[in-house]
Design a protein. Structure first.
Length: 266
């Protein structure tokens, strides 16, 4: 399969007053087309820093992020803007990531400004309506506002917005952690279906190893800014090599919301 994402020796340092903090330390990983890679770890392990660097929302101290063969941080600002249509993000807070002043149709269509060949007028409205239906909403929802929807519905809107440019890579940063278990189940099933139907790759950032157990093909475990264990999901979760991974597994109840896995407790 084609490689969609490659992260090479990625580091990010921050200066906090007199203190020097390394939030990400020499991280390398890759993701192939149509696969879901779960990045799991406790708060402060560097997961969100990694997500921001992959999305080129921040610049690394060292290392590279390559998406579809393009080194993001070697691109000109104009070229990076054009490349952004190929990688999109779904954030943790489905309400905070949607502008409450705008109708859903405008919110979903917002990323189309990245595509000079994007449809206009009625064709654009039809595209938005089709995407809303694809994520389990109604075409008529385009005329409503974010506050009129539940948390799970707002996350569906955010996913529709991320998909409208037909990206090759979707980065989901704690996309289900603000939702209850029933809604988590629906969103996870939606992500799996969209992966199967559209062939997109997903970098799934989470602190919940139960979610990783449900939907991910590969797992990368992070601790204190470093990757401590990577591999196929079943291998890492059924036979963890590192004590830190074992502790995460022991502390986290499995969701068992989709029933994809049937793993014995650690």
């Amino acid at each position: 399969m084609a490689e969609i994402l490659r992260v090479e020796n990625l580091s990010r340092d921050f200066q906090l007053g007199q203190s020097h903090v390394r939030a990400l330390d020499d991280v390398s990983l890759s993701l192939e087309q149509g696969r879901i890679l779960g990045v799991v770890g406790e708060s402060g392990s560097g997961k969100s820093t990694l997500a921001k660097l992959v999305m080129a929302l921040d610049r690394p101290t060292a290392g590279r992020v390559v998406i579809d063969g393009q080194d993001l941080f070697s691109l000109t600002p104009r070229a990076l803007r054009q490349a952004r249509r190929h990688f999109q993000m779904v954030f943790q807070d489905p309400y905070g990531s949607l502008d409450p002043r705008h109708a859903v149709g405008r919110i979903v269509a917002e990323p189309l400004h990245l595509d000079p060949d994007a449809p206009k007028g009625a064709a654009r409205r039809d595209l938005v309506a089709g995407l809303l239906e694809d994520v389990g909403l109604a075409a008529a929802d385009a005329d409503r506002f974010p506050h009129e929807f539940s948390g799970g519905q707002r996350q569906r809107i955010a996913i529709a917005r991320a998909l409208i440019t037909k990206p090759r890579l979707l980065v989901a940063d704690e996309a289900t952690s603000a939702l209850d278990l029933t809604v988590q189940k629906q969103i996870l099933e939606l992500i799996l279906r969209l992966r199967d139907e559209h062939g997109i790759s997903v970098l799934f950032i989470t602190h919940n190893i139960g979610v990783v157990d449900e939907i991910c093909d590969e797992v990368a475990v992070m601790q204190d800014g470093r990757l401590v264990e990577t591999g196929p999901a079943r291998q890492v979760l059924d036979h963890p090599r590192q004590d830190y991974t074992r502790r995460l597994l022991a502390a986290e109840p499995m969701l068992n919301v989709i029933g994809r896995r049937n793993r014995a407790p650690v």
